[in-house]
Design a protein around this ligand. Structure first.
Ligand SMILES: C[S@@+](CC[C@H](N)C(=O)[O-])C[C@H]1O[C@@H](n2cnc3c(N)ncnc32)[C@H](O)[C@@H]1O
Length: 354
């Protein structure tokens, strides 16, 4: 089914421009990945720029996104395009199954699409009273109502506190479980919104009190942060030397993961306590951090929190040892005297280096 709701692609030109260096020529070849097809805004522009022998492989975990790409008037019939219904954490296996060992560019525009938020039946939004679902992949997994029906008070509070950064996570979790124990488990977005409104004592200007709780449950139900971490690790392995990774995130929890990941693999560290210490070879160089223009934010207010980060794969060969050496634990044990400086060899692009 092709839903009527529109998606306004965020950072359309900025993200597609970031996928390759213009010096490589106007018609790049090789394999590119759009890990979050949505309604295909980025995919269509990438296809318009790719060379005749190139391939674009798209993924989405939402069956409605897959239907949009393959059926009806908006279907993409370009033979260079393929789309797979899969979570992007599994994109390494997806590509290997399609015979691709390495890719030249990966775009991730993470989070939810407007058709997901605006379709009342999906249960992502408190603007409509609907079943409390929130799954991006409606073919499997636990809905938000299922999670709230079986999790403990501590588990619910932890999710709302960590993923929603909600000060009233404890009272909200206790109220959810008390209602469940009275034989009235939460079933709808409206019931959850009303319950949260009773628990949140201080209002944030211009924001519904349920905003943080809805964000937290969405992240939990879709394992959004774990998906992102797994996909970034797989990207390091699959990107060809010189290949670009471009990630658009929409909230600080996601952006922190992307920023830390790029920094971990792109900053030189030399332990000054060790004479003649060698710098660790780096798998990435940071290229840019780009925010939507004022014009884009006025035309599409949903773009206001977006951040695009871009990194380029160096020609250092991937190995499990290098990845382990860049892990947070290995970096902590390198001690406080480690000197960090940006390795970056790639030129700064629009928006400047980060
Ligand atoms: C912001 S929209 C992408 C919009 C797209 N760039 C466009 O221009 O139409 C995000 C899309 O990513 C999908 N998505 C989010 N997390 C995913 C994941 N872990 N694996 C696969 N798809 C995911 C969502 O289902 C949604 O369709």
């Amino acid at each position: 089914m092709n839903a009527p709701w529109q998606h306004h692609t965020v950072l359309l030109h900025e993200a597609v421009d970031a996928l390759w260096d213009e010096a490589a020529g106007p018609l790049p070849g090789g394999v590119y990945v759009d890990a979050t097809f949505g309604r295909g805004g980025h995919s269509r522009l990438i296809l318009s720029r790719l060379g005749p022998g190139a391939r674009l492989i798209a993924l989405d975990r939402d069956p409605e996104a897959i239907a949009h790409a393959t059926q009806g008037p908006n279907a993409i019939t370009d033979p260079r395009f393929q789309i797979v219904h899969a979570p992007f954490s599994s994109w390494g296996e997806v590509l290997r199954d399609l015979g691709c060992e390495q890719v030249q560019g990966i775009l991730m525009d993470i989070g939810v699409s407007s058709p997901q938020i605006d379709n009342p039946e999906r249960g992502f939004s408190f603007r409509f009273d609907a079943p409390l679902d929130m799954r991006m992949d409606t073919t499997q997994g636990m809905s938000a109502a299922d999670f709230l029906a079986q999790a403990t008070v501590d588990e619910i509070a932890e999710v709302i506190r960590t993923y929603g950064e909600e000060r009233f996570a404890g009272p909200i979790a206790r109220a959810i479980v008390a209602r469940r124990e009275e034989g009235q488990p939460l079933q709808t977005t409206g019931e959850l919104q009303a319950l949260v409104a009773r628990c949140v004592k201080t209002r944030e200007f211009g924001q519904d009190p349920a905003t943080r709780t809805f964000q937290a449950l969405r992240i939990q139900v879709n394992r959004e942060l774990g998906e992102l971490e797994d996909a970034l690790d797989a990207a390091l392995r699959m990107l060809a030397p010189g290949g670009r990774l471009a990630v658009i995130s929409f909230h600080s929890l996601e952006d922190r993961i992307v920023k830390t990941f790029i920094a971990r693999h792109s900053k030189e560290e030399v332990d000054r306590r060790v004479p003649f210490a060698q710098a660790r070879p780096l798998l990435l160089s940071a290229v840019a951090r780009i925010k939507p223009s004022d014009d884009e934010v006025s035309a599409n207010p949903r773009s206001r929190s977006a951040v695009l980060r871009v990194a380029e794969r160096t020609d250092v060969a991937w190995s499990p040892e290098l990845v382990a050496a860049a892990s947070p634990a290995a970096q902590r044990s390198a001690g406080k005297k480690v000197a960090g400086k940006a390795a970056g060899k790639a030129p700064a692009r629009k928006g400047g280096r980060k």
